[in-house]
Design a binder for this molecule. Sequence first.
Ligand code: ATP
Ligand code: MG
Length: 349
Amino acid sequence: MELMTKPTILTGVRSNEEPTLGNFLGAFVPMVEMQKKYAGEYQINMFVPDLHSFTTPIDHTTLYKNTLKNLKYFIAAGLDINHPDVFVYRQSYIPAHSELTWILDCFTYTGEMSRMTQFKEKSGEHSESVTMGLFNYPVLMAADILLYNAKYVPVGEDQFQHLEITRDIATRFNNKFGEIFTIPADTKTQTGFIERDKGLRIRSLTDPSKKMSKSSNDEKSKILLSDTPEQAVKKIMSATTDSIGEINFDFETQPGISSLLQILSLLTGRTQEEVNAEWVGKTQYGEFKRAVADAVGTFLTDFQARLASISDEQLIAILEHSERRMAETANATLLRAQQAVGLRPKVEG
Ligand code: ATP
Ligand code: MG
């Protein structure tokens, strides 16, 4: 019981495309570090928002497999899913998410939803099929948060508006019905609590003025976590650098070389200063790239071995255990909301 009284940090793990080395270093690793730092003092909910996956069209034949793959990536990155404070679960396996969404929908105004910037942007991109799901997804997100009484929801700037609307809906509901929901911290408090994005930006290998992006069509610009070590080595060896002819750590003048120095430091666990002390001033770009390529190859070999060692059965068993626990919390919140709106009798005393 004591477990459930810890404040909750809630975070969703979504990725429909194959993640890159940039995603790994910039998102997976910090999330694992967050878990290591806060588990014990906080409860950590890491869920896969599978119901959110098709607000815009996707390939449904791969959704289920990708949901599991997604979680395996985090486990391979070091997430301790056996920690008693860590709960990994699939949104759609806990029906309370959908049920609470409906109730919240009836206390959410179309006017406020129409103001959501992400809806406006995404409905522009997918103008041929703007679904109710896309319009309604912030309410589902509100349910995701409120069901578990989450205090902290480390999200990027693109989600601030949705977090604020969650607070608005919950406050409105509480004002009408009493203290039903825990109001999550405001975005300012959130960002102060967890520095999610420290601004790390691994560069594109073909155009180092840009960041590496998983959606890029240029295969050579990115290292995918599914690349074979040989493919990755080739991509590093042919990475765009510069004609200066001397290694320097300066993103302004030598973004390609600097990004490689950064990758080398992050993957070998050595500080940037140590790595720079070894390479800065040298002129052999080929030798340097070989060292980076070796580090990337070794990383992928190890990472993929860890990935392969996680069986679907093992993962599903852990998920189901954690889903049973999470359903208890979620159903308790749902019941409070159902009682408030008159769908269930209130138990006196
Ligand atoms: P897309 O091209 O679809 O935008 P992306 O590679 O930029 O894909 P996102 O889904 O936008 O990935 O972001 C997932 C997470 O990965 C975010 O936390 C983001 O900050 C981080 N991230 C993305 N690209 C990089 C990068 N090049 N270096 C470090 N972190 C990154
Ligand atoms: Mg992006």
